[in-house]
Design a protein around this ligand. Structure first.
Ligand code: GLN
Length: 497
């Protein structure tokens, strides 16, 4: 019999619906897999064994009672530890939230439960989602299943590593500057940052509220679409939520085809920071799209060169405000509360002990950028650049249906290589950040292995806001063409496990 953990989410759901598999058997298979490999991978911060099995039993009972099951009923999922889960610890990768048990579910969590998705546990991440390697977690790093000495990307490295290690067929990530797409790219998986406002931020611990966006992660384009449909859609609890139906993503994933589509290639997404093998696989993907009948259109988006600088003013500014709520009074850690310190001192001591270096760096940068006398020069200028980037994208989408690029300039780099060099770390998001600033939708999907190191390379597809279905249409076509030509090397067992 096929190993259950190798199945896609769509296959698992179909087998549970037909009675070929029980949800409990599926859940146990994944919990066993986690038991066997997670000591090495460290994708999870918390396993909710009892909660997962209870949800699975409920699915089996529903089926036995003849109730209709949803499209992902009984399918296991790994949830990034940035989403609140009622009764289940939520740390956001930080010591400052150690021991906090949220009293409520995030909207994403609630929708997953309502769809009978089985939440296996909470995944590792860079502290407060700040980073590109998961090395900034206060709870130790995660290994890339392709090579455990390399980073799984970040901040959502735990979610993507769980997929690549076959610990779960589905995962949820969040993307502020690339944290869904870059981990997907370096682990050979699929990750989607929906249009800003497409997935509710309620109960998703805030980093940079004008950029933060939750989204689906999976091993196939169709699985990502099925998950997107479950978590997406309007939520009155999030004031920036788009009040419109979810774009027809599942239909698009099933009916892939790019003949006659116009696909843009932006000149600015290449250059000195890009690995040769990444550019080679990207160029082959462009040729593949041409071969499938797409028209390739070269584009110039000069403001993209300024995106990283603008992001590293806007994101820290918003984080310095959002993270003010960790004041030692309301959540998690409290240090120095022995009667000898004032309330203000307790707050300061707790923040000193509870936040890691990168979080402190961002809070200080942001506080500086927002301070009187500097606001216009820094934050104000960054907002102007953001407008220019939006305009460049608007002009591009006047000419093309989607834009493609590499997802990240290099394959997975060794753990430790960039840990002491924040600027080198920030370069991992060179191609993802312009999309975050503009609010458009984007997907990363595997487009082969780099010849020089045999590690996965990601193709980024970018669509105009609210046209998320185009990502799935193009993604499904590219995925099918890859499978036809080379089989699915990216669905084989990752080498180092
Ligand atoms: N790597 C980027 C950062 O450190 C993006 C993180 C994210 O998308 N959450 O800010």
């Amino acid at each position: 019999m096929t190993d259950i953990t190798r199945l896609t989410a769509a296959e698992i759901a179909a087998r549970i619906a037909s009675g070929e598999l029980t949800a409990v058997a599926v859940t146990e298979a994944h919990l066993d897999r986690i038991g066997a490999v997670d000591e090495k991978v460290h994708a999870f911060l918390h396993i909710d064994r009892e909660g997962a099995l209870a949800q699975a039993r409920a699915v089996d009972a529903k089926r036995a009672a003849g109730e209709k099951l949803g499209p992902l009923a009984g399918v296991p999922l790994a949830l990034k530890d940035i989403f609140t889960t009622e009764g289940v610890p939520t740390t956001c990768g930080s010591k400052i939230l150690e021991g906090w048990i949220p009293p409520y579910d995030a909207t994403v969590t609630r929708r997953l439960r309502a769809a009978d998705v089985v939440i296996l546990g909470k995944t590792n991440m860079d502290e407060f989602a700040m980073g590109s390697s998961t090395e900034n977690s206060a709870y130790g790093h995660t290994g890339n299943p392709w090579d455990l000495t390399r980073i799984p990307g970040g901040s959502g490295g735990g979610s993507s590593a769980a997929l690549a290690a076959y610990e779960a067929p589905l995962a949820i990530g969040t993307d502020t500057g690339g944290s869904i797409r870059q981990p997907a790219s370096v682990t050979g998986t699929v990750g989607v940052k929906p249009t800003y406002g497409g997935v509710s931020r309620y109960g998703m611990i805030a980093f940079s509220s004008s950029l933060d966006q939750g989204g689906p992660c999976a091993r196939t384009v169709l699985d990502a679409a099925l998950l997107h449909e479950v978590i997406g859609g309007h939520d009155p609890l999030d004031s920036t939520s788009i009040d419109a139906p979810v774009p027809p993503v599942v239909e698009a994933a099933r009916g892939g085809g790019v003949a006659g589509m116009r696909v843009g290639v932006v000149r600015q997404f290449s250059g000195e920071h890009y690995q040769a093998g990444v550019l080679q696989r990207f160029e082959e993907s462009v040729e593949l799209l041409r071969g499938l009948g797409a028209e390739i259109v070269p584009l110039d988006c000069p403001s993209f060169d300024l995106a990283l600088s603008a992001y590293y003013l806007i994101a820290p500014s918003e984080c310095s405000s959002n993270l003010a709520r960790f004041d030692a009074m309301r959540y998690g850690l409290r240090t120095g509360d022995d009667g000898s310190h004032s309330a203000e001192e307790v707050t300061a001591l707790t923040r000193e002990a509870g936040f890691g270096d990168e979080v402190k760096r961002r809070i200080m940068l942001g506080t500086y950028a927002l301070s009187a006398g500097y606001y216009d020069a820094y934050y104000g200028s960054a907002q102007k650049v953001r407008t220019l980037i939006k305009r460049d994208f608007d002009a591009a989408f006047g000419q093309v249906d989607v834009v493609v690029s590499p997802t990240t300039p290099t394959t997975a780099f060794p753990i430790g290589e960039r840990a002491d060099d924040p600027v080198a770390m920030y370069l991992a998001d060179l191609c993802t950040i312009p999309v975050s600033l503009s609010g458009n939708a984007a997907m990363s999907l595997p487009c082969g292995l780099a010849p020089e190191d045999g590690l996965p390379v990601g193709l980024q597809i970018i669509a105009p806001a609210t046209k998320d279905d185009r990502l799935y249409k193009v993604g499904a076509a590219v995925e099918a063409a890859f499978v036809e030509r080379w089989g699915h090397p990216l669905l084989e067992e990752a080498p180092s496990l």
